[in-house]
Ligand binder design. Structure first.
Ligand code: NIG
Ligand code: FE
Length: 414
């Protein structure tokens, strides 16, 4: 079955299929075709171009998109969207003056989420996650990564990863699973942290690998969480079982996590709110994608990742939502793109590239999603009638999304 979309005001992010990621100045270029057509067959993009060369009789179905723009769906390469409960009490405490770290020290934060997740059934966790994924699909997300890390026991980490596995099976968007057993040291291991790390290495990783429950391995490499030495050990243990590193670094301090990530060929290093020249230098010589999480900076009131400096150093950059109950209770990628422009001084071209093609790289899915390219999945957004693509980040709390297509099908039924 072929569908031909005609009279598209702007067809955005059109690329040859072999573009995997963009760095530096190339991020400032967003290829578009004005007054375009897009031809899909079943779930794949098969052709596109200017309306001058379209032949309408070629398609089974024709859809007129006069005044509307088309762009690839957002790729969200960093979320923790399987969680047991929201944490608005902590939000209120932060308004009253406590910091994120102080709340964590008082038993809130990640450990609070872990306690609640341990008590919740796999079915209920799954049902809540389904609602969240449907919501983010409506706001234009068409590929996704989800982390564990709110389990922190063998059973609960397996539980959360099994929920992610079921989400992978039941949603048509590509979903990648990341094992984040090293998200925090559980209270009962406070005085014997080496034992918890051994539990991750000896019990959790082998079991998770055996059940094929994860694609990636993550560690929260940060003061008060995991040291660089511990991070290195855990990543190497994961690599031995085929898990690719993709890690949390430099959220509050630069303690050497970027180097550990790059030395272990991490697919991405995420957060980077604090960034040294040494970190930049290491990134510039690597294939690792730096990922900024501007909604986390917005929500916690911490510095934004210096995306300008990263791009101006000729390094690539992706952006993601970090959807989680503690530091970013939103998975809305439109808002992430707006924040990248408004707060990180990225141009709309750079922000859209960061949330599509570079974000696809951070998911290891550049061959399937992230651009309008022949042979890629027909996952795209049709906007409401708007003037130009810069309106998307400009209208920051607005919803410019008209329709979302996944695998060539309109998603209104989801
Ligand atoms: O990416 N920084 C570590 N982990 C999450 C937040 C976790 C939480 O507060 O529940 C993040 O921001
Ligand atoms: Fe995170």
């Amino acid at each position: 079955m072929t569908t031909l979309f005609i009279n598209i005001k702007e067809l955005i992010q059109v690329r040859e299929s072999d573009v995997m990621k963009l760095s530096g100045k190339d991020m400032g270029i967003l290829p578009i075709i004005k007054n375009a057509f897009l031809l899909i067959e079943d779930d794949l993009i098969i052709d596109f171009g200017s309306m001058n060369r379209v032949s309408i009789k070629d398609a089974d179905k024709v859809v007129d998109l006069t005044d509307k723009l088309v762009l690839p769906t957002w790729c969200d390469s960093h979320t923790h969207l399987v969680f047991a409960d929201t944490r608005e009490e902590e939000f209120v405490n932060r308004i009253k003056g406590l910091t994120y770290q102080e709340i964590a020290e008082k038993g809130g934060g990640i450990l609070n989420s872990a306690k609640k997740l341990q008590d919740k059934s796999e079915d209920l966790l799954y049902n809540d996650a389904v609602i969240r994924i449907k919501e983010i699909i409506k706001s234009g997300t068409g590929a996704l990564e989800i982390k564990s890390g709110y389990g922190l026991t063998l059973d609960s980490e397996l539980k959360i990863l099994r929920v992610i596995k079921k989400l992978k099976e039941n949603f048509s968007i590509p979903i990648k699973a990341t094992f984040l057993g090293a998200h925090a040291i559980p209270n009962e291991y406070k005085e014997k942290r080496a034992e918890y790390i051994q539990l991750i290495i000896d019990k959790m990783i082998p079991k998770i690998a055996k059940e094929k429950l994860a694609d990636y391995i993550d560690v929260f490499c940060e003061k008060g969480y995991f040291t660089t030495t511990e991070t290195d050990l855990i990543l190497k243990a994961g690599i031995k079982y085929g898990l690719i590193p993709k890690i949390h670094v430099n959220q509050f301090n630069s303690i050497g996590g970027v180097k550990v990530g790059v030395d272990n060929n991490a697919l991405s290093v995420d957060h980077l709110e604090v960034l040294t020249d040494e970190d930049l230098n290491i990134l510039s010589k690597s294939d690792t994608m730096p990922v900024a999480l501007p909604s986390c900076s917005f929500f916690l009131g911490i510095p934004y990742t210096n995306g300008r400096k990263i791009i101006d150093s000729n390094i690539p950059l992706a952006i993601a939502s970090d959807y989680n109950p503690g530091s970013s209770p939103s998975g809305n990628m439109n808002f992430v793109v707006s924040l990248a422009c408004i707060k990180m001084k990225m141009t709309p071209e750079e922000a859209i590239n960061a949330a599509t093609i570079n974000a696809a790289y951070a998911l290891n899915l550049s061959d399937k999603v992230g651009s309008i390219s022949r042979g890629k999945m027909a996952n795209f957004i049709i906007t409401k009638p708007i003037k130009s693509y810069s309106f998307i980040p400009y209208a920051f709390a607005d919803n410019c999304i008209g329709k979302v297509y996944l695998n060539g099908k309109e998603t209104s039924a989801i």
